[in-house]
Every structure is written in structure tokens, then in C-alpha cells.
Design a binder for this molecule. Structure first.
Ligand SMILES: NC(=O)c1ccc[n+]([C@@H]2O[C@H](COP(=O)([O-])OP(=O)(O)OC[C@H]3O[C@@H](n4cnc5c(N)ncnc54)[C@H](O)[C@@H]3O)[C@@H](O)[C@H]2O)c1
Length: 245
């Protein structure tokens, strides 16, 4: 059990929700962030009802003021942030020739700028204390690419690069930075793809099935734990065997 304080972004749904619940069971006090307060607070209430500690915090991770307020709310409620999980994200599919600059910019604003801003909001205090853990949620599409997903894949590849670079910079100062690159996971994000696509994809996976949010949450919780003390700048792949590196 830990008495750490975790901030999980995009935690009202899917992988983020499962991660918030898992970390709360591990003993973390959790700041549950999402775009709207209602869904974030519902997850926080679920944690509290199970005997854990949590607050819901509304905020767009691409907005600097919202991110500052998120970090401040976590510190005010529970004390210094010891774990940041950069999970907030959205999917969007378009052929390259149809891809609009606004779609491209929004993808990078949420995934890359959002990850940057959230780290910026908690890292100085982690460095001052000489300890902290950051886990960034990328995607296997950042490793292998995806047709009609140029902007998504590029943003996720940027997150992998950011993870490696920051890990090289701060690891000797007590802050461990790692990432996960999930394969197809059963969440509202993947449910937007057709049933036909999901069935074909599941059949092609070495494991024969897509992953569940809790299976990614378990990987994130592992990276957050002292058991992962030698993991630095890694991007682990809970991906049903879809990508083997
Ligand atoms: N589901 C998959 O197959 C899959 C695979 C690889 C990676 N991922 C990544 O995992 C992460 C979680 O996705 P998921 O599948 O659980 O999706 P999801 O849609 O279930 O959850 C994503 C959450 O992020 C929130 N969010 C979106 N933009 C935000 C913003 N700007 N600020 C704050 N919150 C925001 C959404 O409201 C939502 O609650 C994403 O980064 C996604 O790219 C998902």
C-alpha cells in the first residue's frame, strides 16, 4: 500500500477510469480529471464509496490555466503530487488528404501539449522533493503507425519521444518517467470503430482478443510502483501481442 497522491487525466472513462480505481485500491489519493466535472466526480465518488480518497477536477489538459488549477486542487486536497498519469486523449480518423489543420492541431494540443503542460505543473515540486513518477499513455500506433491516423500516430510517437527525453533528463534526480503503448482496448474510444473492424482486429491478435481497461491500468500501476524501479524511459506494450518489440 502507498500513501501517494496521483493525478490521472481523462479519468472519467476507459483506461483513465480503470487506472484511477486501481491506484485508489493501491492506496493513492486520486485527483480524477476530465473535461466535465460530473463524470470526473462520479469516478471520485465511486472511489470514496469504496473507502478510498479522491476528488473530481474538471479541466482541459491543453489549457494552461486549467492544468495549473488541477495540480493546485490535488495539492490542496491531499498534499504533494507523487504520481502523474497523462492519459487524456481522443481518437479521430481521417484520410491524410481529408485531414484538416484544426484536427491536426487539436490532436497535438490534447495529447502532446497536454502531456507537456501536466508534467510542467508537477515536475518542479517532484524535483525539489527528489522523488516522483510520471506515466504517459501513448499507443502502439505511435510505434507502428496507422492508416487514416497520421495525426494520432504522430502525436503518440511524440509522447514516446518526450518520455525518453525527459527520463534521460530527470532520472538521476529521483523522478522516474515511463509510458505505455496499449494495443486495441475495449473503451468508448475504440467503440467508435465499426463492429466489423473490431471483430477482424481481435481475430488477428496473437491473444485472440482486445484488451480491457483494467489490464492497461495494471501496467500503469506497475510502472508507478517501486517494483518498477529499474524501468526508465520505457514504453510498455499491453497490446494482446499485436506489436512485439
Ligand atoms: N482504447 C484504445 O484502444 C487505446 C489504445 C491505445 C491508446 N489509447 C489511449 O488511451 C488513453 C485513454 O483512452 P480510452 O480508450 O480510455 O478513451 P476514453 O474515450 O474512454 O477516455 C478518454 C477520456 O479522456 C477525456 N479527455 C479527452 N480530451 C481531454 C482533455 N483535453 N482534457 C481532459 N480530459 C480529456 C475524455 O473526456 C475521456 O473521458 C488515450 O490517450 C488514448 O489515446 C487508447
Amino acid at each position: 500500500m502507498t500513501t501517494g497522491v496521483a493525478v490521472v487525466t481523462g479519468a472519467a472513462s476507459g483506461i483513465g477510469r480503470a487506472t484511477a480505481l486501481h491506484l485508489a485500491r493501491d492506496g493513492y489519493a486520486v485527483a480524477v480529471n476530465d473535461l466535465k466535472l460530473g463524470p470526473a466526480q462520479a469516478v471520485a465518488d465511486e472511489i470514496t464509496a469504496a473507502g478510498g480518497r479522491a476528488i473530481g477536477v474538471a479541466g482541459d489538459v491543453s489549457d494552461e490555466a486549467s492544468v495549473s488549477a488541477l495540480a493546485a486542487a490535488a495539492v490542496a486536497a491531499f498534499g504533494p503530487v507523487t504520481l502523474l498519469v497523462n492519459n487524456a486523449g481522443h481518437g479521430h480518423q481521417a484520410r491524410f488528404v481529408d485531414l484538416q489543420p484544426t484536427d491536426f492541431d487539436r490532436m497535438f494540443a490534447v495529447h502532446v501539449r497536454g502531456t507537456f503542460l501536466c508534467i510542467r505543473a508537477v515536475l518542479p515540486a517532484m524535483l525539489a522533493r527528489g522523488s516522483g513518477v510520471i506515466v504517459n499513455v501513448a499507443s502502439q500506433l505511435g510505434q507502428i503507425g496507422g492508416a487514416e491516423l497520421v495525426h494520432y500516430s504522430a502525436a503518440k510517437a511524440a509522447i514516446i519521444g518526450l518520455t525518453k527525453s525527459l527520463a534521460r533528463e530527470v532520472s538521476t534526480q529521483g523522478v522516474r518517467v515511463n509510458g505505455v503503448a496499449p494495443g486495441p482496448i475495449n473503451t468508448p474510444l475504440s467503440a467508435a470503430l465499426s463492429e466489423e473492424w473490431r471483430r477482424a482486429k481481435a481475430a488477428q491478435l496473437p491473444l485472440g482478443r482486445m484488451g480491457e481497461p483494467e489490464e492497461v491500468a495494471a501496467t500503469i500501476a506497475f510502472l508507478a510502483s517501486d517494483a518498477a524501479s529499474l524501468f526508465v524511459g520505457q514504453t510498455l506494450g499491453p497490446n494482446s501481442g499485436d506489436v512485439m518489440l
